[in-house]
Design a binder for this molecule. Structure first.
Ligand code: SAH
Length: 457
């Protein structure tokens, strides 16, 4: 993050603007709306600025720019069409540790003006860090359309109660109180203009608040691309007090979790240190018993080869309430991003999700039924067993020429897809980076027509 968004209180503070044209006027309008005392250095003022000056809304210094003018100012803006002068303002202001913005010239800016959505007291600033202002403007329009119309009023009313709520509730209770209030009837009453009813709801919530009981929410984080998260997953990720995740959860997805949540990695990965399943179960229960909302993020779908069910069985035994949010499992996500439909009327009427990896080594795999024609196998956690899988399927009757795909990091930017034949499965699977999914069946050939996801690999 090259720029840190902060919101400044300019009310009553001095800002120096160098330049008196239309662009300067545009910035001054903004500065005035936040209550800043604007001083302008310019030889001439445009019409709009002349009016402002007559109304005493700005102070005009009809002179050349000089470093002495930087004294006692908080911010500096240069908006002239003289590049040399703009640079001079930037250099001088930087020397005196003043934040400075040269309009439309990101190189000479130590602060930038974001695109603004103003529903005061709710203010949203959007920036492309000086790279694509039009893109941030388009984003602004999208966000604007999403915001409830009365969001400002809702925030203002909540603000009036903030101290009272603070007196009555403990820190840990307050967030739940406000979350419940903002997701209940309170905003609808404010929107309808029924402030009395809105306050009644607030008082009722405040008087009937009982301290929060912890819970566990098991969430499927999908195979990697954060765009594949469900809306429900996104919502609960915003409510988390603590998040337990494993290595399969992509960084991209983790970045969408509530920033103030505590993050605990319980990752499982061959050759890496990881917490045992029992310890993970104990930790989930311990945190929930402390009254926390524990989000357990698991790659793909939490109930597909993910031990999610085992964790919830432990929660059940400990009497902890829980919810589950399904996710897109690797077989679905990775095969689709590789351009492979798992079923197709002409090639496969059946798809089997399977792993050759079991709790014990005594897996009674029914190779005969797996070797049947007109079906697709999506095999999890089994790249290391490619030789055995290939040999057994061929031995039990599947053609050695059956198309296979080895998909690593499916749906992620570094997705890799290797296509070949069943007899070469072992070769294809060596040196692939985990996680890897094997897809076996005639549908794999369709990737020639259906590949659509083109990444750098
Ligand atoms: N619950 C997960 C599966 C966990 S088992 C799900 O529903 O997807 C872990 C196995 O899933 C890995 O060994 C690999 O076979 C598969 N897998 C998970 N994410 C993957 C991805 N992005 N690309 C390919 N395979 C993946």
């Amino acid at each position: 993050m090259h720029y840190l968004p902060i919101f400044t209180d300019l009310n009553g503070r001095s800002v120096l603007v160098v330049g008196g044209g239309n662009i300067a006027a545009r910035k001054i309008r903004l500065l005035n709306s936040s209550g800043a005392n604007v001083k302008i250095v310019a030889h001439k003022l445009c019409k709009e600025l002349q009016i402002l000056q007559k109304k005493d809304k700005i102070k005009w210094i009809a002179n050349d720019f000089h470093v002495s003018q930087l004294k006692k100012v908080f911010l500096v803006v240069a908006a002239t069409n003289d590049n040399k002068l703009n640079k001079q303002v930037f250099t001088a202001a930087t020397y005196y540790h003043k934040l400075v913005n040269v309009v439309d010239n990101p190189v000479f800016c130590s602060f930038i003006f974001p695109s603004i959505i103003n529903r005061s007291p709710i203010i949203i600033g959007i920036s492309s860090s000086g790279t694509a202002p039009v893109l941030s403007r388009l984003l602004r329009e999208k966000i604007e359309a999403l915001l409830p119309t009365n969001i400002g009023k809702i925030a203002k009313l909540a603000g009036q109660w903030r101290d009272k709520v603070k007196q009555k509730l403990k820190f840990s209770e307050r967030r739940y109180f406000w979350e419940r209030l903002f997701t209940g009837l309170f905003p609808s009453y404010v929107t309808m203009g029924n402030i009395r009813k809105a306050q009644e709801v607030l008082v009722h919530e405040l008087n009937n608040h009982h301290s929060n009981k912890g819970e566990i929410i098991l969430v499927g984080a999908g195979p990697g691309d954060s765009g594949l998260l469900t809306l429900r997953a996104l919502q609960v990720m915003q409510l988390a007090d603590v998040v337990l995740y494993d290595y399969l959860v992509s960084k991209e997805v983790l970045e969408m979790v509530r920033r103030d949540a505590e993050f605990i990695c319980v990752g499982k990965r061959a050759g890496y240190h990881s917490i045992s399943q029992e310890k993970t179960n104990d930790l989930l229960i311990k945190l929930a018993k402390q009254g926390k909302r524990v989000v357990r993020l698991k790659g793909g779908d939490p109930f597909i080869f993910g031990r999610g069910a085992e964790e919830l069985q432990a929660a059940y035994q400990a009497g902890i309430p829980f919810q589950v949010v399904p996710g897109i499992t690797a077989a679905i996500g990775a095969s689709i991003y590789a351009g492979i439909p798992l079923t197709h009327r002409d090639y496969a009427q059946k798809v089997i999700f399977i792993t050759a990896q079991g709790k014990t080594n005594k897996n009674n795999i029914d190779w005969l039924s797996l070797a049947c024609e007109r079906q697709t196998l999506a095999i999890y956690m089994s790249a290391m067993k490619a030789a055995e899988i290939s040999a057994e399927l061929i031995k039990h009757g599947r053609s050695p020429q059956t198309p296979v795909a080895v998909i690593s990091s499916g749906t992620n930017k570094n997705q890799q897809v290797l296509i070949g034949q069943l007899k070469y499965l072992e070769k294809l699977s060596t040196n692939t980076l985990s996680p890897t999914l094997l897809v076996i069946g005639e549908v794999v050939d369709l990737h020639k027509q259906l590949t659509w996801f083109h990444n750098a690999n």
